[in-house]
Design a protein around this ligand. Sequence first.
Ligand SMILES: Cc1cc2nc3c(=O)[nH]c(=O)nc-3n(C[C@H](O)[C@H](O)[C@H](O)COP(=O)(O)OP(=O)(O)OC[C@H]3O[C@@H](n4cnc5c(N)ncnc54)[C@H](O)[C@@H]3O)c2cc1C
Length: 307
Amino acid sequence: MAGSFLASRLSDAGHAVDLYDRPVQTACGAAPCAWMATRDFPAVLEGEGLEPEDYVTERFDAFLFQGQRVTADLMTIQKPALIADLREGAGVRTGPLDPAGYDRIVDATGTARAYLPPIGGDDLCRCVQFRVRGGKGEVLPAVRYVRGGYAWSFPLGSDERHVGCLSHLADPSGLIGKTGFLDGERLCACRSRLRVTSPYRALPFVSGKVWGVGEAIGCTYPLVGDGIVPALVSARLLLDHFEDPAGYTRAVLDAFPAMQRERALLERMKGGRRPSPAWLAEVDTSRLGIRVGMASAAGLILKILAR
Ligand SMILES: Cc1cc2nc3c(=O)[nH]c(=O)nc-3n(C[C@H](O)[C@H](O)[C@H](O)COP(=O)(O)OP(=O)(O)OC[C@H]3O[C@@H](n4cnc5c(N)ncnc54)[C@H](O)[C@@H]3O)c2cc1C
């Protein structure tokens, strides 16, 4: 997504851009994602002159966490439609890229991080997801914790839902069946990984003429796993610092302080430490629009990895 966004912006600015992608690997044509956007999504799109309402399919003022209603500000989006619009008019190449043929390469390859140097101590957690139609699914988004992670059921409109699961400790495909979310007709399925390393452990962002963006440089929240808005924000930062690699690196590191806190909590929990109430203050759920019952929701988030 960040790559399509940058291709669109750079073409508009007069650069000659070639957009590369892998051959389509999913039924929806996009990289695996549950399409749940956080509250800043409309403002980020408006800031780029795009119309968010073209892509928002459902808005939610609450979600169910372990069956408890938690006030929130979330929305599911038609992410493949946004990507398609950003790519409009751009021919997508799927063959091998010859780096010698380009002045600049943007590594927007998500978990693949195909062009930047590998990250020492990289952390990719396993995910599985289904798109289902019908069934007894809730009309609100629903989240349940499972061993080492959590499962979700996110309404997409038209009686469809994304039902998925991530775990830092176990194969999520063995966990999702126990959540009760996976009913209805299964339309498609995908397996994938999610980079939970955080930008602070994903340096460098720039190596020679290769500049990374989005999940390739760790721009996802390590506990919750949201990366749509961060990918777009990091792409904007790349444009704003197009000739200034040090400035770009600084700007990304400054943009997502809550990712660093979530990463630190994740490391403590993966190290076997039990969450303490003092940790709750370190979880920033404001981007999810959680206003009421934050402490109890944060407590449940912390329990996710403590099981
Ligand atoms: C199961 C799952 C559910 C998720 N749900 C949510 C959610 O609900 N909300 C949210 O905010 N975030 C979610 N995320 C995270 C979010 O999808 C990503 O963080 C975000 O899309 C990252 O955007 P990106 O542009 O950096 O990378 P991506 O959107 O992952 O795009 C990477 C692109 O690079 C391409 N690519 C890979 N290798 C190569 C190569 N060698 N050459 C060329 N192209 C290549 C891929 O095909 C893909 O098109 C989820 C992630 C997973 C795995």
